[in-house]
Design a protein around this ligand. Structure first.
Ligand code: SF4
Length: 70
């Protein structure tokens, strides 16, 4: 499972993430990207969205889905 963090200061509303993974990202009323469903698209599509962001505003972090301890 991937945890998605969006740096809203860095986001310029270019919408590339929405184009790549439209079930995961959407622009809010301020024209900034937000996560609407962290599992809305495949991991591959979410990674493509992060890679395609022109300002690198999307950070992805791999998180264990079932384990809570190390
Ligand atoms: S691709 Fe990056 S800059 Fe564009 S809307 Fe998404 S997070 Fe914002």
């Amino acid at each position: 499972m991937i945890q998605i963090t969006i740096d809203r200061e860095a986001c310029i509303g270019a919408s590339a993430c929405v184009a790549a993974a439209g079930k995961t990202f959407a622009l809010d009323a301020e024209g900034k990207s937000t996560v609407v469903n962290a599992q809305g698209d495949s991991e591959e599509e979410i990674r493509a969205a992060a890679a395609g962001c022109p300002t690198g505003a999307i950070q992805l972090e791999e998180v264990a889905s079932s384990k809570t301890e190390k």
